[in-house]
Design a binder for this molecule. Structure first.
Ligand SMILES: [Zn+2]
Ligand SMILES: [Zn+2]
Length: 280
């Protein structure tokens, strides 16, 4: 079976590999098509496309946007986005600035809690133009011996309700679905099993959601089955990916999730449909 991976993070957010390294690995793993979907960042796409041309790996330009509903974080993937669109880039900048402010406050809070980390050291963990997020902070906390694992950093300190939780600007998933549609992209609900907010899916669909991530490294066979049924019910496209963060997570996940390449045909059809509707 030919395989694809439509959910990978690079050094432009919280992954450890450069886009070129990711494409090279994809080639070795015989992945036919990949998409780097950095958090609120498109800074790796150009390098990804260049490497894809060189190594003959097909690239889907993508992004993973963080949004909020109450205290729950909902991630929306955008595929085939017009990543040079000015309105989109302005919006990304606003999100990135809000995240940078949050990070500064978080560093202050950690200092108060007796776990100092250096803001500049933190900034260096993501590539220039990339996004620094809580996984980077968790990594530093582990490196400095404040926690014994990344999981502990989140569970004891960084998650909502924990002492080092600092809110960032709230972003509505409905706005993001619309934003992705506005730039010709396909909005997809990422790893719904992790979000545990199936109650929102009907409203997302009304807002223009086009797909749901059925295959994901955190989805077991039961979850896959469950979300496949939901995709059928709402006529959503099925997508999938490993959500590989390189060495920043316990395991390098690329190649570990079997996502059939045939899914891409429907994604491409949808892309054409959306492009036509933008021209009307
Ligand atoms: Zn995510
Ligand atoms: Zn992700």
């Amino acid at each position: 079976m030919e395989r694809i991976d439509l959910h990978i993070h690079s050094i432009y957010s919280d992954g450890s590999f450069t886009p070129e390294e990711i494409v090279y690995r994809a080639k070795k793993l015989k992945l036919k098509v990949i998409s780097i979907t950095d958090h609120d960042s498109i800074s790796g796409i150009e390098e990804e496309i260049e490497a894809g041309k060189k190594l003959k790996v097909e690239i889907v330009p993508g992004v993973e946007m963080s949004t909020d509903v109450g205290n729950d974080e909902i991630h929306i993937l955008g595929y085939y986005i017009d990543w040079k669109n000015k309105i989109f880039l302005t919006q990304l900048k606003i999100f990135q600035e809000s995240r940078a402010k949050r990070n500064k406050k978080l560093v202050e809070r950690l200092k108060e809690l007796g776990m100092p980390v250096n803001y500049h050291e933190l900034k260096k963990l993501a590539a220039k133009g990339g996004v620094v997020n809580r996984l980077h902070i968790a990594r530093l906390m582990k490196e400095k011996g404040y926690v014994s694992s990344i999981g502990e950093a989140f569970e004891e300190w960084l998650n909502p309700g924990k002492p080092a939780y600092i809110k960032r600007m709230k972003v509505s998933p409905f706005e993001i679905i619309q934003l992705i549609l506005d730039i010709g992209g396909i909005p997809v609900f990422a790893h719904p099993y992790l979000s545990k907010r199936d109650d929102l899916i009907a409203d997302f669909v009304k807002a223009g959601l086009k797909g749901i991530e059925v295959y994901h490294s955190a989805h077991n066979a039961q979850a896959e089955q469950h979300y496949r049924k939901i995709a059928q019910k709402y006529h959503l496209l099925i997508t999938g990916g490993s959500d590989c963060h390189g060495k920043n997570k316990d395991k390098i996940l690329m190649g570990t999730v079997n996502v059939p390449a045939t899914l891409l045909e429907n994604l491409k059809k949808e892309k054409e449909k959306l492009k036509c509707s933008l021209l009307i």
